[in-house]
Design a protein around this ligand. Sequence first.
Ligand SMILES: Nc1ncnc2c1ncn2[C@@H]1O[C@H](COP(=O)(O)OP(=O)(O)OP(=O)(O)O)[C@@H](O)[C@H]1O
Ligand SMILES: [Mg+2]
Length: 320
Amino acid sequence: MNGPWVEKYRPQTLDEIVGQDHIIQRLKRYVVEGSMPNLMFTGPAGVGKTTTALALAKTVLGEYWRQNFLELNASDARGIDTVRKDIKNFCRLKSVGAPFRLIFLDEVDNMTKDAQHALRREMEMYTKTSSFILSCNYSSKIIDPIQSRCAIFRFTPIKGHQIIKRLKKIADSENIQTTPSALESIVYFAEGDMRRAVNILQASSTIDKEITEESVHEVVSKAKPRDVRKIINKALEGNFMEARDQLREVMVVQGTSGEDMITQIYQEVSKMAMEGLIEEDAYVDLIENIGKFDYRIREGSNPRIQLEALLTKFLLKGKE
Ligand SMILES: Nc1ncnc2c1ncn2[C@@H]1O[C@H](COP(=O)(O)OP(=O)(O)OP(=O)(O)O)[C@@H](O)[C@H]1O
Ligand SMILES: [Mg+2]
């Protein structure tokens, strides 16, 4: 193996980025115009925010992009003052061989409000020479004065068929075989996160020459969807003790965490409702309960007790 595939297969150009089409189109206009406002990239993990920032930098700054590009992490262990000092030192210098300088600041939602206000002042001070790209998972955590100074780009989870296409391409380059069900199950576990999908693919490839659904399940510490459905069905039939035993077994064998388990129960119940296997009234009631128990688990209650208590809410809710 030669290093992480997420780096090896990180798209280098805007055209290579999967999904996010309308974002890429808007960004290409800046390339043509040769100027750029401050940008804010928001969205879930592993969908291409950092990748897009790097590809954009290379495209707008051209040959000398390295000299004119500064990448910083707002939650840098050395503290926010160091980050601001780095910004100041960088912005003070004029751009060389490029139209302007570009600062990419990652994880801005981890900055305190005070630090964000200071950042906003810096953004104003250097508008003539530099553009900022701020990246965060939640734009709601960013103060309004910064939001209003940025063009906001909302990145979305990557669609299943797009993940599959990308994984196939990577598998081809690495000369490995994959079964269709293996790819489907990577999509299921990745939940729209391309980084996670590529990481699962790489980890699975160390198990066998051909990646199967089984090898995927071996590397993912989550329950198999069909096991989750079995547990739910047992409970819906009113068979509590068997549902409980299966829940325990799955969690021990796969090492599934309480948080992951309840998310998977939610996914499976929703699927079952869509397939018409659970009545709407029952579904509404179950979702309300899943929400309640999910909160308790995340607040630190014993996950096994909470999950078993949740199962009691399923009893006899199945369709006749
Ligand atoms: N849209 C995409 N197209 C192709 N590959 C992608 C895409 N998004 C993510 N990847 C893969 O996942 C890796 C991580 O992506 P990236 O660093 O851009 O995620 P991010 O959105 O910045 O996530 P975070 O919020 O965790 O910082 C990339 O190196 C690449 O291999
Ligand atoms: Mg990132």
